[in-house]
Design a protein around this ligand. Sequence first.
Ligand code: BG6
Length: 600
Amino acid sequence: MCGIIGYVGHREAEPILVEGLRRLEYRGYDSAGVATLTGPHLHLRKRAGRIADLARFLRDRPAPGCQGISHTRWATHGPANDRNAHPHVSSDGSIAVVHNGVIENYAILKRQLQDAGVIFDSDTDTEVIAQLLEQHYDGDLVDAVRKVLGMLKGTYGLAVVSARQPDLIVGARLGSPLVVGVGVGEHFLASDPAALMGATENVVYLQDGQMCALRADTWHVFDNNHIRIDAPIHRIDWDPIEADKGSFEHFMLKEIFEQPEALENAMRGRLSDEDATSHFGGLNLDARHLRSAERFVFTACGTSYHAALVGEYLFEELARLPVEVEYASELRYRNAPMDRNTIVLAITQSGETADTLAALRESKRKGHHTLALCNVVGSTIAREADGGVYLHAGPEIGVASTKAFCNQVSVLMMLALYMGRMRHLSSIQGLRMLKEVRALPGIVRRALDCHEQVQEIARKYYHVSNMLYLGRQYLYPVALEGALKLKEISYIHAEGYPAAEMKHGPIALVDGDTPSVFLIPSGGVADKVMSNLEEIKARGGPVIAIACDGDEELARHIEERADDVIFVPQVPEYLQPLVSVVPLQLLAYHIAVLRGCPRA
Ligand code: BG6
């Protein structure tokens, strides 16, 4: 995900911008750049590669001035090189733009501009915005941005400066987050409040369709009718100590180890022995409405989608409620028939993912009650859903979601208990579940004991090009999540499958260089998964098994067949996703570190 930081004030902008970019580094990027202003002179510095490369370049060619914008880019339009790095500047060199999001109609706009003689310097969609701004600038940058936004289709978080108005930064948001940092005699603009840590605690979250104009002494927000509004200032609820890596080498490892504590925070105050159920303050739905719900649609992206799939099994088993899980990117454009009593639940760590937000809005438009499970307090989805539950996982800095997944699954578990107790679960069953759920933080702590063993296994396999992850029932979504973690962090091709599906084609992929990670359940379908494991062994595929301890006969059986076995604590089947995911997170992390991948 790309990052934006802008500054206007009384201090030199360059160090503030570079420090802000470093704070956004965790999201991953492939190039970075800054544009600053001294009076009518615009200073552009950008580099493919790490922020350290940009910082080295800036040592030789500093970017002077007390105002500027900067960006970290993940290539989408055009390769990762110096030319395509942001900021992008108009042909006359007067206007610089940084942009998150995608301009869907950029090709048409670019062709029109080229027909009119404009020469482009990059392959990006963003440069179109800079060139259009040059064409429409008429002495007022806010007005020019407003006009150009009217021509764009797509999403943007945007920061713009002009050498003709060197005291001003203009920002705009549609589908890509942007916050204003309010200081004294200085103001900031950022795509993530994390970039502002240490700079200011006072932020204004821009809403979709809003623009802002920042000068050293003033900040103004305009609504989508271009009327100046009084936007509320929020104090960031952010503990800088929490965002520190501590003794861990990377945020991802730190966050994997924070899972027991994150689980405790997700459960705090939500479990009630008296009613043998869980309680939530923010659902904004009374019991009568919840009881009349006939169906849930869970919608999410990436890791959150996998948590939703676990939630589907939980809701159907514990609450006997039908659930459909939809990728948000599909749901937003689908016109599926949904009856009135369907509740749409969006699941998201950040609360800002564009597809999830669009799916939520589309569901609201169709009259459905919407709920959200979000981690980031005050995020757009948290604000726009009719009700919801916060995950309380704490800041998740690592680009690969780990502790947020853990808390998403645990909150879904508690919600399933809540819905189940309204329907058919007895108080005895409710109390038993409460006891099991309360034990989870300690159990996940024990699951983390496999760390060193996983590191050994990572050394054996980090060079491979393909890996398979196989599981059934509750552990099928965990197989998908294990594969996603490995892809996202280690850049190794990986696929997750329901174990029994292997024989219907994908088994052709198995050979001695393609390890399979088998998630073996403690009950139910364990024998069936073992026969799937035999199929893989028959083709000479190495097998890493994740199994519960406690069943000696099964353990012996697995040890005889698998090349490596990682034992995790024995838990009832519905809790297994939370213990089995731990070795998979650690495996992806250690393989990434051994391969020298920067996103770990
Ligand atoms: C992707 C991230 O961009 O967004 C994934 O790379 C993440 O790790 C996904 O799971 C969804 O994010 P969120 O914030 O909506 O849970």
